[in-house]
Design a protein around this ligand. Structure first.
Ligand code: SAH
Length: 385
């Protein structure tokens, strides 16, 4: 059995794979979005500029969604180029974009400077726009039903690599590139590639950059940001103590350890009871209802008795169940539950007083739905610049 280091918690996960990637590690370049306000000021002072230039840069980047020196006309022409080169290096290059759902869903494949590939998905709904971001290139959690989990972990993303996904989505949306006209991102979900709590420090800083009010950040409400986890208990407890009001989603997928051990290998380290205890502590600390994710897998986890057991675990708790029809991944022996079976599962939860919704299947035909992100550069067409 292989053992990997997960997260900054010092804890180890058994049963997860850790594929070695031969390539030499290049650290992503330092970027404005990696830095908090004080660090940004220090960085411009280091470059021989007055500290207030940091606020000007932030206003361009976070506020006007502008990262081009030419457009920074409130900065002396002589320093623009240097500041942009030093603080706004290009981190991710879009190498493929796919849209579906009549242009209301857009998936982007990004390549980082070291060649690592990640994907993000922008989804427009009536009254809100949700950006689904990746927190890692690949994932080390090895959940057998998830496409990202099959390829293993390449590396953690930096804070700015996470924020850049939202920046680019927000800019495209502001420019009216998405069906429905110009708009703003209202929600961010850490439900793309990777286990956000295994990249704790970068994800936490990204949450702050996204939610800090202008000009320090993008001004997205923390209440509209969801961090989704397999259940890394020490990290959930740590997050609960950060004083945030983000939503936590826990990928439960089974109410019993026997099955959850198979679906979420890290369950062997932190079992159902331990994960839910941490979830309730999060709910108590933040006042936020915890979302319990449950992918409906035919004849695997969709039995009536499991609905009853799930209801028993959640009864009286600040919780909500999100049922996700399984998106079958290539080569998987599993498929989505029969709609009637799924409807009965949902009804049994609702009958027992559990708040339950069924996740829509946005992005399905472009492999942009839950668990389908498995960035591959081949084939690479149509390439976009
Ligand atoms: N590592 C995080 C984020 C993963 S993606 C986590 O595990 O929570 C967000 C959600 O999609 C998770 O609940 C994940 O279990 C679910 N998911 C993964 N693969 C899926 C698939 N093939 N079909 C449906 N949901 C899936």
């Amino acid at each position: 059995m292989e053992v990997i280091e997960i997260g900054t918690t010092g804890a180890r996960a058994e049963g997860a794979v850790s594929p070695a990637r031969g390539r030499a590690r290049i650290r992503p370049a330092r970027h404005l979005a990696d830095l908090d306000a004080a660090e940004r000021r220090a960085a411009v002072v280091e470059l021989g500029q007055p500290a207030y230039r940091a606020d000007q840069m932030s206003r361009h980047y976070f506020g006007r969604l502008n990262d081009a020196a030419d457009d920074m006309t409130d900065l002396p022409a002589s320093v623009r180029g240097e500041l942009v080169t030093a603080l706004l290096p290009p981190l991710l290059t879009a190498i493929r974009e796919q849209t579906c759902d009549r242009g209301l869903t857009r998936k982007t494949l990004w390549r980082a400077a070291d060649g690592a590939l990640v994907e993000s998905v922008l989804m427009r709904y009536p009254g809100r726009v949700t950006m689904c971001v990746s927190s890692q290139a690949g994932c080390g959690m090895a959940c057998p039903f998830c496409a990202t989990g099959q390829a293993g972990l390449t590396r953690n993303l930096s804070t700015a690599e996470i924020v850049t996904q939202v920046f680019n989505g927000a800019r495209g949306l502001a420019r009216g590139e998405m069906a429905g006209g110009p708009g703003r991102i209202s929600n961010v979900v850490f439900m793309g590639m990777g286990e956000p709590l295994a990249n704790y420090a970068a994800v936490l800083a990204a949450v702050r950059r996204l939610s800090d009010p202008l000009p320090d950040g993008m001004g997205i409400s923390q209440r509209a940001i969801t961090v989704s986890t397999v259940g890394l208990v020490p990290a959930i407890r740590r997050l609960a103590a950060e004083g945030l009001s983000c939503r936590l989603a826990v990928s439960l997928h089974a109410p019993d350890d026997e099955l959850r051990d198979r679906l979420i290998p890290v369950n062997r380290r932190w079992n159902v009871a331990t994960v839910l205890d941490a979830a309730w502590a999060y709910a108590a600390a933040t006042g936020r209802r915890v979302s319990t994710e449950y992918a409906m897998i035919r004849d695997v986890n969709d039995q009536a008795w499991r609905a009853d057991e799930l209801a028993r675990l959640l009864a009286g708790r600040l919780a909500h169940v999100n049922l996700i029809p399984l998106n079958p991944t290539p080569g998987s022996k599993w498929t989505a539950s029969d709609p009637q079976v799924a409807a009965e599962f949902e009804a049994r939860l609702a009958d027992r007083g559990i708040a339950v919704t069924v996740r829509d299947t946005r992005g399905r035909e472009i492999d942009g739905a839950c668990g389908q992100l498995a960035a591959s550069a081949a084939p690479l067409s149509p390439a976009i610049s």
